[in-house]
Design a protein around this ligand. Sequence first.
Ligand code: MN
Length: 254
Amino acid sequence: MLLLLLAAGPVRAQLLPSKPVVGISAARSEHGQPYAPQVYADAVVRAGGEPRVLAIAECDSTVRHILDGVDALILTGGEDIDPSYYGERPHPGLGRVSPWRDTYDLLLVRCAVGRGMPVLAVCRGVQVLNVAFGGSLWQDIPAQIPGAVQHMRRDGEPNIAMHPVAIAAGSLMRRVAGVPEIFVNSAHHQSVKGLAPGFRVTATAPDGVVEAIEMFDRRVVGVQFHPERMLSAGDLWVLPLFQNLVSAARLKDN
Ligand code: MN
């Protein structure tokens, strides 16, 4: 009987589909620990993946090591990016920057894309993604884009749908949303300006602000809104963004 159980064990394990590990880029907590808002992990779990908040490092070889055993990457929201990374001087409207996080996030996303990993880049993440591959940013939308819609609420409430986005036909975003226009939340004052080569814009706000970009093979997606917060607030249409990330990671394993 024992022998039978032992023999059955590995066979059963092979029949179970493995859960892809989705790495979540970290911020630092006030105690210096790697930290990511719980809503990112919740979204990964709902999409069938195994969330892992990544360790923090600022050198290339360590970041590569951190991504070993990770099947997909989520780049999370956060501070502004130092404009020197795209060859500009700081605009007076530039917000707080985080030098260590710029280094960490740029290394993470270049390594992940280099390995062919699927990526979902959120808010600051889409900005990092664009800059990492040669794009530039509007440093302060209210100052630099006259007549822009409100992209940041004064009360800081992150979950409320704030403005519509027009979604490009034939894009992953279109497949996810199922309609050509949809409302999103908005908690940013920067956005993509010069688009990095190899990407296309797949969603735009009424003022022309870029709200989503995709790499042409569709495994790498960046969104300027916060789908993880929308999902936690019950906005189910964004779930396929996370499901696509997990299923793309599963394809890589096969
Ligand atoms: Mn917006």
